[in-house]
Design a protein around this ligand. Structure first.
Ligand SMILES: C[S@@+](CC[C@H](N)C(=O)[O-])C[C@H]1O[C@@H](n2cnc3c(N)ncnc32)[C@H](O)[C@@H]1O
Length: 319
């Protein structure tokens, strides 16, 4: 983890960062109950869209921003410091939120997944529409790339990965095609392999034939689900009593983790129903603010199709 020092080294990706539209901005801001002087954490600052709005509501307060993508954190830091407010940026995985010396935080938000910048910058290797090296690392200091997975995993392991993390119906066929085509160097090569491994009618039912494969590989490269689990525990820990956590998810695997964690922390006892008395001593630490996740408006989905699968869940730490 590194605390940033205020130099912008983003270069060519800057225009993509400028293009990112924050998802469900009003809903996120409203749900955080922000007040002047608050201390807030944006765990996924990205292009700073949510953070810029947060700063307007916490005048005189403190905003701590996290991102594991160095380009994003460099860009966001320069942008947000222009507000003249207190902003500190950390280049780190949000799973480390409880190790940053933060405590008594009034509000925390996270907007999971990839940014438009990451998808639109071909050389980052996230896009199945643009040609680039098979990378997909959010933090380019990480060791494992998409190329390692595609070119070294056993066929069965690729098949399981595509099914488990992409929900890909044709995982077996795509895995076989990948192994047959090795070595695979670029995103468009992989995209074409997916296209030829599935029936022609695929897109009518499931969308782009490479979409689920790319999602699955990206989740494994970045160990995304493990990070979310750890983040939720850490975030609840550093919130102050009465503080709010608002989380945006973009697919069912993310949403399920968030939903289950919130349900678990919302109840007093986790013992089997057949136990005569509680032996776990678990105590509820939060209350759920959103019984059902909030979805984007029809207008937002039309203006920004990327928001279509967004789900917002909010909790409040118990006093
Ligand atoms: C959807 S974007 C956030 C956009 C931001 N809310 C905005 O309005 O500009 C998601 C960001 O989260 C970052 N990210 C994803 N997983 C992360 C993790 N485990 N730790 C830290 N940052 C992460 C990505 O690098 C990306 O910049």
């Amino acid at each position: 983890m590194a605390i940033k020092s205020g130099q912008n080294k983003v270069g060519g990706g800057r225009s993509c960062l400028l293009k990112h539209i924050p998802v469900m901005l009003n809903e996120v801001i409203d749900s955080l109950n922000l007040k002047k002087g608050n201390t807030v954490v944006d765990a996924t600052v990205g292009a700073g869209g949510h953070s810029a709005e947060i700063l307007k509501h916490i005048k005189g307060g403190k905003l701590f921003c996290l991102d594991r993508d160095e380009d994003a954190i460099n860009f966001a830091e320069v942008k947000l410091l222009q507000s003249g407010e207190f902003v500190r940026c950390f280049h780190t995985n949000f799973e480390n939120i409880a190790d940053l010396g933060l405590e008594n935080v009034d509000a925390i938000t996270a907007d999971f997944g990839v940014s438009s910048y990451q998808i639109d910058t071909a050389e980052r290797g996230f896009s199945y529409m643009k040609d680039g090296k098979l990378d997909m690392r959010m933090d380019r200091n990480d060791a494992i790339t998409a190329s390692d997975i595609v070119n070294t995993f056993a066929e069965k392991k690729i098949e399981n990965t595509l099914r488990e993390f992409g929900g890909e119906t044709y995982s077996k066929q795509i895995a076989a095609a990948i192994v047959k085509a090795r070595p695979i160097y670029t995103t468009l090569q992989l995209s074409n392999i997916c296209k030829h491994a599935v029936p022609e009618s695929y897109h009518k039912f499931y969308g782009h034939p490479a979409k689920k494969t790319f999602q699955a590989i990206r989740i494994v490269v970045n160990e995304e689900l493990k990070a979310i689990e750890k983040f939720l525990d850490g975030a609840i820990k550093v919130l102050k009593p009465g503080g709010r956590l608002a989380v945006l998810t973009f697919h069912s695997l993310e949403d399920r983790i968030v939903k289950h964690k919130f349900m678990r922390e919302n109840i007093d006892c986790l013992c089997d129903k057949n136990m005569p008395q509680c032996i776990c001593s678990h105590k509820a630490s939060i209350k759920i603010v959103t019984k059902h996740p909030i979805e984007p408006s029809v207008k937002e989905v039309m203006d920004n199709p990327r928001s279509a699968s967004a789900r917002l869940r909010v909790i409040e730490k118990l006093k």
